[in-house]
Design a binder for this molecule. Sequence first.
Ligand code: SF4
Ligand code: SF4
Length: 447
Amino acid sequence: MTQQNQRPNAMRHSTRLDLVPLKTAYKDVGDTPSYERRFHVMAKPGGAKCNIDCQYCFYLHKEDLLHQPKQPQMDDETLEAFIKSYIESQDGDEIVFSWQGGEPTLLGIDYYRKVVELQKKYQPDGVRIENDLQTNGILLNDEWCQFLAENHFLVGLSIDGPAEMHDRYRVTRSGKPTFHLVMRAVEKLKHYQVPFNALVVVNRHNVKQPLELYRFLTQELGVTYIQFNPCVEANDFKTTAPQFWHESMIPVVGSELAKPGHPMSVVTDWSVDADDWGEFLKAVFEEWVNNDLGRVLVNLFETAVAQVMGKPAQLCITAEFCGKGLAIEHNGDVFSCDHYVYPEYKLANVKDKPLNEMAFSIRQQAFGMGKHDSLPKYCQECPYLNLCWGECPKNRLIKTPDGEEGLNYLCPGIKAFFDYALPMLTGLSVLLKRQEASSSQELQIPR
Ligand code: SF4
Ligand code: SF4
């Protein structure tokens, strides 16, 4: 399972005061003032195929859902159509390709050599092209790392903590652990100086050890950019598209069914508990503020600081609107979002329609606006609305206390986090604004 990723040159964070709109490589978010026609596509050139079998993966089941062949691979014609259209559809000075899956390294290095060649073929003057590869790291050997270094790829490496946490869900098809293989990849990446981020799925298990997890990443691995992604999967995610849930299956916030572990729970067993999520964020935030502010980037804290300062959200999930992060499958089919790869959310095929026509279509705009327009009254009246915006619609699995649908499953945790962190976020915001006014480049955090 792969998640969000971010380029090093986009690692400008609110705590260093250089907040041009951050481009998450995973999703470009909101309206970026200087680029009117920008969007992002998550490419899955090898479909859902993977070389391991993480229990919590939200994508493996697409093999069945989308009737994928045994060895899915985006063919040359489709690959070229995608690269050409993606480049021609945007008018920014940087275009970010993100390669994901499934496991994208299964296609082999030569496949990505072809990718780089095609990008050069269509690269306009003055436009920078960047590549991200989101991987489980299993296949990253010397040759791979040399290639990634030479071609300036940014790697998003999936790692869920030290061995005991990582191996809980991230296992091979025969149930064997993978932690040692990921650590081998870390060594190789470091040796070849390939920049990499940690993509961490916070699940029902590792959520209980926030400091052990965070310190492992920052102190043992030496990672300076971390993307925490709460694991939330509707229990029928393999067959039912988000927002197509049956009303009778939607529990009220705070009820037993709105938590993992109950046989009739709305979420899978491995989904994070919303209250635990709040405690996790609080503990990591405190550690981050005390020790790592300005040094380590944590996706959720960066955007929180930015938003408290009145700047645009840096993540689609905390933005008012979304819809600018599409996904393309190996056969060229394009979907509204990486988390909405279901037949109901298919836009068109890249061989039939230019990507910009899909990205800026009425249908896709409605998808993006829907994030805001479908908020329940409970959210509209929430003191943290401007920081949360109801989080990701795919997680809006529960009902408000008065029975309105569309509340985010993580709501209790999000609220608990902001109850705790808002005074500190506000203090940081004041400091940063002061610094902004004096045009200083580096924030001096009082200790
Ligand atoms: S649906 Fe969720 S993941 Fe997809 S773009 Fe919207 S907020 Fe982001
Ligand atoms: S914290 Fe809860 S109530 Fe407030 S906006 Fe977010 S999901 Fe809605």
